[in-house]
Design a protein around this ligand. Sequence first.
Ligand code: SF4
Length: 433
Amino acid sequence: MNSQAATEKKRAPRIGRRAVLQGGALAVLIGGGVVLLARRRPGPADSVETAPGQVFTGDAPRGDLWQRWQKRGWAKKALYWESLGTAVKCRLCPNECVLKPGDRSHCRNKVNHQGKLYTLAYGNPCSAHVDPIEKKPLLHFLPGARAFSIATSGCNLRCLNCQNWEISQKEPEALKDASGPDLVATREVMMRLGEGDMARLSMFPDQVVELAAATGCQTIAYTYSEPISFYEYMLETARAARARGIKNVWITNGYIQAKPLLELCGVLDAANVNLKSYSNDIYAKLNQGKLEPILATLRTLKAQGVWFEVTHLVVPTYTDDLGMIRRMCGWMARELGPEQPLHLSRFHPEYKLDRLPPTPIEVLLKAREVARAEGLKHVYVGNARGVPEAETTRCAGCGRVLVERSIYSVQALRLDRNKCPYCGKVLAGVWVA
Ligand code: SF4
């Protein structure tokens, strides 16, 4: 770790916008879209640092809390693990947590209860929101579609710059309250929710699908925190959505093992994978992860025919090196193809990197030039105002403008179904349902 990174890591987290929001009304309906945030409670693992794959010893809920969690249906047997006697090894992500009875996992959502691995993040989202699909970002997938977006707490990485740390770095009990009578989400319940109710609310797969349909969403997005940490909930919801003709969108760090990824691919329609850098060293110091598993995820999505786009957050002094960006884009062009969309996203000060400046616009523009020089045809600049053609899609054949957008909304769409109306070339992506 360089000295700057070490200094940033020691600083205490700031209270951010999300915490302020959580102090106010917790559930409102805006324009037919559900907006929910669960109240945050202090929890035992609230500010504890752990090394990659390190678990929280003896931190699993027990006694009354465990009973209530089970009664609510929020605890469920996990899908990918192996028994090591009384201990268990999780086989969902490359961390491969080994948990003794009573331990909590690195992602905070899994526990060993009497020699079996359980997820605590089933049917208990802490956030639900209707977003434009462009916000994910997905710019080559059903333009203008609405995404019913859900998240529980938890993440399997530890990014110093996490913009959702107030949910991703929390155990479920810090955000949800299993006491009191059951409260199951329906549109009617959502309309009369009061402050504090979201923390008690259950939203099981069928209810997520009902609410998505009721709010006019063509897609359900698993997003905000890391959906790998609520894999079982995501997978069952995605199956229920498929049965209703609603599409599934996965917004992810891509840090997952091959088998669960292949199972998920069977119900996925699109993904946005955050390729945080093209360096193992940077993954180690910025995210507590490794590069190769994410590259493997990208290769698998490609081989399985799942539409996906890649986001790279350009963090000053960490991931803004143009040489590294050149190598990353070269790999993408070779392995994923020149029409693979890339989103270069502007960093804003967050979490443990709150003293770093935002990414200079000139750096984003240079990075875009580098990406294009490596052969990528669809390179976008996100989270930055005033960048020319930041979200404009041009034909990869004749170069004419096909889609114009402004702040997550489509302003002009010139397509003959999925083809350029000028030269007839197919535009990569999914353009019609
Ligand atoms: S998904 Fe969670 S419990 Fe499983 S290996 Fe990864 S961090 Fe550990």
